[in-house]
Design a protein around this ligand. Structure first.
Ligand code: PNS
Length: 162
């Protein structure tokens, strides 16, 4: 489908920066699939079902956004969905090398699939899932880091882990 895009990620947990990207992509494309990686290279704190559930709750108001999980290669998932555009966020120059490597690897594997980069709002450019986990594990206030609807869930999970 031409005017659809996939926004893939681990979302462990979903942050305001991720949500900002979802909103931007939903304003550009007719349909956006948020693709939650079942097994990314990272060891996740939240299960894939929890990450999917957080993404669904956060995007309830974005009617053209749907959330699915995937395992295996992202390009295989994109081809299954018949979507040729991947959206990724770049927060700062430090994200560039990893993103560049991933985009070109995906392009080598599937030349018909393009990666487009969007920048989140600058106010969110320093937020990462790992700092959110660190703050949450120590009982810090998560407002301003993650969507308000997810604060309690993330806090509970992170505190339970300690
Ligand atoms: O939010 P993240 O952790 O930066 O997202 C990374 C993700 C999940 C998009 C990436 O690891 C991925 O696409 N994993 C699936 C495996 C794959 O297709 N790898 C090839 C690209 S190197």
């Amino acid at each position: 489908m031409r005017h659809s895009a996939i926004y893939p990620g681990t979302f462990d947990p979903l942050t305001l920066g991720h949500y900002d990207l979802m909103e931007r992509a939903s304003g550009i494309f007719d349909r956006v699939i948020v693709a939650v990686a079942e097994n990314s290279r990272k060891q996740t704190l939240f299960t894939v079902d929890e990450r999917v559930d957080m993404a669904r709750r956060a995007t309830q108001k974005l009617s053209n956004v749907m959330v699915k999980s995937f395992s295996g290669l992202l390009i295989d998932f994109a081809q299954e969905q018949k979507i040729h555009v991947l959206v990724r966020g770049i927060r700062a120059f430090s994200d560039f090398e990893y993103e560049f490597q991933m985009a070109l690897t995906n392009r080598k594997l599937a030349p018909g699939i393009e990666t487009l980069f969007l920048m989140p709002k600058e106010a969110y450019s320093y937020i990462s899932s790992s700092t959110v986990r660190e703050v949450a594990e120590r009982g810090g206030d998560l407002h301003g880091f993650v969507p308000a609807s997810l604060v309690a869930t993330i806090r509970r999970k992170c505190l339970g882990r300690l």
